[in-house]
Design a binder for this molecule. Structure first.
Ligand code: NAD
Ligand code: TYD
Length: 351
């Protein structure tokens, strides 16, 4: 597959921006990236600082809403898009509980618009890769893990909207023969993640010795994956995945939330310049549980492992150290992200 004009939607978000860096730095992609992003509260041009200057011929940014069909159609034809990697979404479960409407619009209608454009594209259209989540499968008990054939049982407006978009992608493959692949990945962490999500929120609060909100009893389990490993898996699937198939991506790294929060506290406490008289663990505050809070996620990615030999490279120990260091070193980025809108969300959420 030779990709000439790859549309990345949501490329100014956490995973999308890491993916654009990954592809442009890599050796086996020589095409052009057209990043279409609406720049919602979660989209941040700073996440791609220097990219336009370093890759003037190979990177274009278009501020655009995937719900705006006419605008997306224009971009499609102007840049002769032949491949899509679709990240753009409303991505935060807590926000979907408070205000589900944008999740329905962006995640479902937006995906539908892109599928319609891909369906109408010339014959050289090579792939619609859809980025999704393990949350579509619902919640696990103490044992077992999600495989690609696990029935969908989403529990939040976020996961229900992602499930809906996954179904549309599958239907466009089966009905119209659109070349598609879908990846369902577990929780990501790493540089450039917006600090509404557990790991960056806890890092920043712990640095500033603010309270560390842990939902419920803190024993909910997520299966964590370093963002660069996710990017590597996506690219593997785009290059070699069988069309019409779904692939699970995970890190084999199940952790209770409380263990992660304690680990971050200990990493910071051990840094000579951040040492204090008390342990940051004292800041841990158990707060009211999230409604519909899924207890456990665990991903079985043996399909990806068997077909392409793919395994994650980063261990959680090294990945979390790198992530903490990144947030400490990128003070300007942090300062810009912690703006009024962010403060108002945090105030509304945690009081
Ligand atoms: P994010 O919230 O950091 O970024 C989302 C990006 O999409 C932002 O740049 C935002 O401006 C853009 N966007 C939102 N609505 C848009 C619209 N209507 N039109 C155009 N652009 C729009 O999200 P993320 O964490 O990087 O997640 C990216 C994708 O990966 C999502 O589809 C998400 O469901 C999926 N995913 C995320 C995780 C995770 O742990 N973060 C895990 C598995 C899958
Ligand atoms: P989050 O990062 O929001 O990802 P997701 O809900 O998509 O899994 O949350 C990860 C876990 O951490 C989840 O079980 C909810 C929990 N959590 C807290 O305990 N406190 C917090 O402040 C946040 C944001 C999340």
């Amino acid at each position: 597959m030779v990709i000439k004009n790859l549309m990345v939607t949501g490329g100014c978000g956490f995973i999308g921006s890491n993916f654009i860096r990954y592809l442009l730095k890599g050796e086996d992609f020589s095409g052009r990236i057209i990043n279409a992003d609406k720049l919602t509260y979660a989209g941040n041009p700073d996440n791609l600082k220097g990219i336009k200057e370093n890759y003037p011929e190979r990177y274009v940014f278009e501020r655009a809403d995937i719900c705006d069909f006419a605008r997306m159609e224009e971009i499609f034809s102007d840049y002769k898009i032949d491949t899509i990697c679709h990240f753009a979404a409303e991505s935060h479960v807590d926000r979907s509980i408070k205000r589900p409407d944008t999740f329905i619009n962006t995640n479902i209608i937006g995906t539908f618009n892109l599928l319609e454009l891909a369906r109408a594209a010339p014959d050289n259209f090579s792939l619609f890769h859809h980025i999704s989540t393990d949350e579509v499968y619902g919640s696990l008990g103490k044992t077992g893990s999600f495989v690609e054939t696990t029935p969908y049982k989403p529990n939040s407006p976020y996961s229900a909207s992602k499930a809906s978009s996954d179904h549309l992608v599958r239907a466009y493959n089966r009905t119209y023969g659109l070349p598609t692949t879908i990846s369902n990945c577990s929780n990501n962490y790493g540089p450039y993640q917006f600090p509404e999500k557990l790991i960056p929120l806890v890092i920043l609060n712990a640095v500033n010795r603010e309270k560390l909100p842990v939902y419920g009893d803190g024993r909910n389990i997520r299966d964590w994956l370093y963002v660069e490993d996710h990017c590597d898996a996506i690219w593997t699937i785009m290059k070699s995945g069988r069309r019409g198939e779904t692939y699970n991506i995970g890190g084999d790294m199940e952790m209770e939330n409380i263990a992660i929060v304690e680990m971050i506290c200990d990493i910071l406490d051990e840094m000579p310049h951040l040492k204090g008289s008390s342990s940051r663990r004292d800041l841990i505050t158990f707060v009211e549980d999230r409604p519909g809070h899924d207890r456990r996620y665990a991903i079985d990615f043996s399909k990806l492992r068997k077909e392409f030999n793919w395994v994650p490279r980063e261990s959680f120990n090294s990945g979390i150290q790198k992530t903490v260091s990144w947030y400490l070193e990128n003070k300007e980025w942090v300062k810009r992200v912690i703006n009024k809108e962010y403060q108002s969300w945090i105030g509304e959420q945690y009081g």
